[in-house]
Write a protein that binds this ligand. Structure first.
Ligand SMILES: Cc1cc2nc3c(=O)[nH]c(=O)nc-3n(C[C@H](O)[C@H](O)[C@H](O)COP(=O)(O)OP(=O)(O)OC[C@H]3O[C@@H](n4cnc5c(N)ncnc54)[C@H](O)[C@@H]3O)c2cc1C
Length: 388
């Protein structure tokens, strides 16, 4: 007979480890499955805005490789300027260490972790669902949290999270010489100028520079070549590349189904990433917490598991919609009027001050959007016609 748990969490990234930790801390019997052995690499810039770190009940200092307070912005190497947040707005981490820290806390709270467990099938029954892994293991639980990333095989098996929008991203970890590593410290570099939207980044870490690009899905085939061009502009084209990997990011824009009465999706599986910066770690952690709350209520018979979707609609979607509006206006103006728009954003402190305030957790995209008269109406008009 398959072992029985209250909840099986599939995927031990930020969404899954957070859900597992909060559930186990509340006394639930939690099985956490991941196909990988940890620590494992994840293609990611590893930019953790300060607001993200604040969502966790423990410090992330042991895995922070740098703190950035400067933002260096350019348009294809031109119109370059630097903005200063005055204090760090984001921490820089390598995901293998960051995710291992979150997983460690889930284990300490009492979640049982089984690495090397790729989920192969899901049988939804009453009163529980049965999960089988590639290596022949099986377990059942009343609730399943699918936190299995942007491809979300479990979401597919449950018929959830379908028809989400997506984009393509590509990451290289560059072993730059010591002076280059030191020169980049404290600064996040952003290169704009990709149409209809997208950007390249350079984020400083202790031993590498994390360099990558995010673009609309139709341009996935050009990412390697464009990162190569960015590396040339940075003078890093001869530096050794330790790892190069692509991954997609998905976006929930409307009421796509992410919950049934046995299965809920969290993090990238549910498309909870923002369309302005394409960040997803904070929404993964936030949705992991909301998922834990929903599961506990369902286990107690206080609410159906499907109530999770209403909570995400109420607590997360307003921010993702606001980020999409900002993306639409920002990249729209940049695409049409690159030089004047770069000059305008350089001259107007409001834009970057607001960005820093959101990153530090002192404001939200939704609040910033509501402060600009006519922005929601203008952006809604553009969104009705545009790609972003
Ligand atoms: C190139 C790139 C750069 C990015 N940069 C940033 C950034 O700087 N800041 C930011 O906030 N966000 C960034 N993001 C987005 C961020 O990486 C994701 O939003 C975040 O990882 C989502 O966390 P998650 O827990 O939902 O999923 P993941 O971190 O993807 O974790 C999913 C887990 O599920 C496991 N899994 C998958 N399938 C199965 C299966 N069948 N069985 C068992 N386990 C399975 C995987 O092994 C994995 O461990 C970036 C994304 C990309 C692609």
């Amino acid at each position: 007979m398959a072992p029985q748990f209250d909840v099986i969490v599939v995927g031990a990234g930020p969404a899954g480890s957070t859900a597992a930790r909060e559930l186990a801390a509340s006394g639930a019997r939690v099985l956490l499955l991941d196909r990988a052995a940890f620590p494992r690499y994840k293609a990611c810039g590893g930019g953790i805005p300060r607001r993200t770190a604040r969502l966790l009940p423990f410090p992330i200092d042991p895995v922070v490789e740098d703190q950035v307070s400067l933002l260096d912005i350019a348009w294809r190497g031109r119109y370059r300027f630097v903005r200063d947040s005055g204090e760090p707005f984001a921490a820089m981490v390598m995901r293998e260490r960051f995710d291992a820290l979150l997983l460690d806390h889930a284990g300490r709270a009492g979640a049982e972790f089984r690495p090397g467990s790729a989920v192969r099938s899901l049988e939804i029954g009453q009163p529980s669902a049965l999960v089988r892994t590639e290596d022949g293991f099986a377990a059942s639980a009343a609730c399943i949290v699918a936190a299995d990333g942007a491809h979300s095989p479990v979401g597919r098996m449950a018929g959830l999270g379908q028809d989400l929008a997506e984009c393509a991203a590509y990451e290289v970890e560059v072993r730059a010489p010591g002076p280059r590593l030191r020169a980049a410290r404290g600064t996040a570099f952003i290169e704009l100028g990709y149409r209809p939207w997208g950007y390249a980044w350079l984020f400083p870490k202790a031993e590498v520079l994390s360099i990558g690009i995010v673009l609309p899905p139709g341009q996935a085939g050009t990412m390697k070549q464009r990162v190569g061009a960015y590396l040339r502009r940075l003078g890093l084209d001869t530096a050794a590349v330790a790892i190069a990997r692509g991954h997609k990011i998905r976006f929930r824009r409307g009421g796509e189904r992410i919950a049934s009465d046995r299965v809920i999706l969290a993090g990238d599986a549910a498309g909870l990433a923002d369309e302005f910066t394409q960040e997803g770690i904070s929404y993964a952690i936030e949705s992991g917490r909301i998922a834990a709350r929903a599961v506990l209520r369902a286990l107690a018979g206080a609410a159906p598991l499907t109530a999770y979707q209403h909570s995400i609609d109420r607590e997360v979607m307003p921010e993702l919609r606001a980020a999409r509006l900002i993306a639409s206006m920002f990249y729209g103006m940049l695409g049409r009027f690159p030089a004047p728009w770069m000059q305008a954003t350089r001259a107007l402190p409001y834009l970057w001050d607001a960005f820093f305030a959101v990153q530090r957790g002192e404001s939200t995209y939704a609040r910033e959007v509501s402060r600009v008269p006519l922005l929601p109406a203008l952006a809604a008009h553009r969104l009705a016609r545009a790609d972003v």
